[in-house]
Design a protein around this ligand. Structure first.
Ligand code: FAD
Ligand code: NAI
Length: 468
């Protein structure tokens, strides 16, 4: 007789592992199935965590080279020790993934290693790399299989010279020239890592702007900053071919609307044009689980698919492909299955680009409020007028708060600046509580902090800023 569980989750990324822990805390008997040797999914193994380890190390290297002398710190013989930096990244990954293993044990979650697929509603088949497959029985099944890098048709990835993010966090040499295809989050973050370490980075983007989906003014301002850092941009441009036959890669680009082709050379090409949901080989079709037009698993508001007992969360369903969105869905689903009122507020999911300066946003962009016909006002404050920013040589960027013109309720907030990814959370909390710009403007903020710029931007939605 096979083992019987209340809940079996396929995939132990941020969606799956968080759902498993919360469900176990709520008294369910939980199993997880993971095809990788380690838990934590894309995020911990090849995504959020390793990229941030490299972003942090390369940012300090750049600071040391550019700003230390201005701060009165003399640095002699500054060098990149790439193997050391990659080791820091690998150690960080290991410490995080083994943390999940510990949490599974602590919460008495049974972990199976192997390929998970749905044999039938209530039955999950686990096929290990070696040995026999087994079927486990489970009242509920959660698909939390995440996503994979999207391919550029006709361009073969080898993860050495033509890479996705997975190869780009493990390059064994700093490339002289790197071409990044796609000016989205991955392209700009990993492009920053290698630019700081000495690569000449050219970003080729199909659209006429960077960071589609982000506030337009923020994206324009940020692009100027990246240009100052040495990034080159080819917007409204597409890559049509990468020839690998020579020592250098020969990359053909063309205007997005067609026109004369141009050849660029590069040592590494990073393809970062988005991610696709991981729905193959899971037995979804056989079980009758419906997918949407982008091959994401279709669910209702309670993460239930069209088949009773089968649910889905995280990158494999609609919505932003973010770790914290997957985690929050994991918690909400566990609570719903336990008979509680699990809920995710999709209007208040922050997004952060971990470059230097960082770009952070929550809620609506100015374009979105305009398109929705909402009467709005905008408060802004530049970090050039913030005392702490001056002391830290971190004056690049600004805060922009968008509030309803009639009710003063904050609808969206956008920050470009050092530490923006931390500062955005006071706005997220404010928005969760339906707060107004005046609520924020009247809240005492410690001096001198970068966060005073956030308060000043809120003041800008009302009677005006003090320091600008
Ligand atoms: P995943 O993390 O993809 O986990 C799915 C798991 O399912 C994987 O471990 C996979 O091996 C397993 N699996 C798939 N199919 C099967 C199967 N049939 N059987 C068994 N196991 C299976 N997001 C942020 O919020 N912040 C960031 O800073 C950030 N940085 C990123 C950087 C990079 C380079 C990348 C690529 C992504 C980044 N993301 C970031 C996105 C983030 O990683 C994803 O949104 C998040 O991992 C999604 O979680 P998930 O649980 O849905 O899926
Ligand atoms: P993305 O969707 O952020 O950006 C892809 C970019 O590529 C877009 O600007 C798009 O217009 C462009 N593009 C698409 N096809 C193209 C083509 N053929 N030629 C040129 N440009 C093309 O996707 P990205 O950067 O790959 O990241 C995938 C996901 O991972 C994102 O959705 C993001 O949510 C998540 N992620 C989040 C991070 C964070 O939160 N800090 C960090 C890294 C990834």
């Amino acid at each position: 007789m096979s083992e019987q569980f209340d809940l079996t989750i396929i995939g132990t990324g941020p969606g799956g592992y968080v759902c498993a822990i919360r469900a176990a805390q709520l008294g369910m008997k939980v199993a997880v199935v993971e095809k990788r040797a380690t838990h934590g999914g894309t995020c911990l193994n090849i995504g959020c965590i390793p990229s941030k380890a490299l972003l942090h190390a390369s940012e300090l290297y750049e600071e040391a080279g550019h700003n230390f002398a201005k701060l009165g710190i003399a640095v002699d013989g500054l060098n990149v020790d790439l193997p050391g930096m990659l080791k820091h990244k690998d150690d960080t990954v290991k410490s995080n993934t083994s943390g999940i293993e510990f949490l599974f044990k602590k919460n008495k979650i049974t972990a199976f290693h192997g390929w998970g697929s749905i044999e039938a509603p209530g039955k999950v088949k686990v096929t290990p790399d070696e040995g026999d497959a087994q079927v486990i029985e489970s009242k509920h099944i959660v698909i939390a299989t995440g996503s994979d890098s999207a391919n550029l048709p006709g361009i073969e990835i080898d993860e050495k010279r033509v890479v996705t993010s997975t190869g780009a966090i493990d390059l064994q040499e700093v490339p002289e020239k790197m071409i990044v295809v796609g000016a989205g989050v991955i392209g700009l973050e990993l492009g920053s890592v290698w630019a700081r370490l000495g690569a000449e980075v050219t970003v080729v983007e199909f659209l006429d702007r960077i960071l589609p989906g982000m506030d337009g003014e923020v994206a324009k301002n940020f692009q100027r900053t990246l240009k100052k850092q040495g990034f080159k941009f080819k917007l409204s441009t597409k890559v049509t071919n990468v020839d690998k036959s020579g020592d250098k890669l020969n990359v053909t680009v063309e205007p997005a609307d067609g026109g004369e082709a141009e050849a660029l050379d590069a040592d590494v090409v990073l393809v970062a044009i988005g991610r696709t949901p991981y729905t193959e080989g899971l037995g979804l079709e056989e079980a009758g689980v419906e997918l949407d037009e982008r091959r994401r698993v279709k669910t209702d508001d309670h993460y239930k698919t069209n088949v009773d007992g089968i649910y889905a969360i995280g990158d494999v369903v609609a919505g932003p492909m973010l770790a914290h969105k997957a985690e929050d869905e994991g918690v909400a689903l566990a609570e719903i299955l336990a008979g509680q009122a699990g809920h995710v507020n999709y209007d208040v999911i922050p997004g952060v680009v971990y470059t230097n300066p960082e770009v952070a946003s929550v809620g609506k962009t100015e374009e979105e409020v305009k398109d929705a016909g909402i009467e709005y006002k905008v408060g802004k404050f530049q970090f050039t007028a913030n005392g702490r920013a001056k002391a830290m040589l971190a004056t690049d960027g600004f805060v922009k708060i968008i509030a309803d013109k009639n009710t003063d309720r904050v609808l969206g907030a956008h920050i470009v600046g050092k530490g923006a990814g931390e500062m955005i959370h006071e706005l997220a909390v404010l928005m969760e509580f339906g707060g107004s710009a005046e609520d924020l403007a009247r809240t005492c903020h410690a001096h001198p902090t970068m966060s005073e710029a956030v308060r000043e931007a809120a003041m800008g939605c009302g009677d005006g800023t003090i320091h600008m």
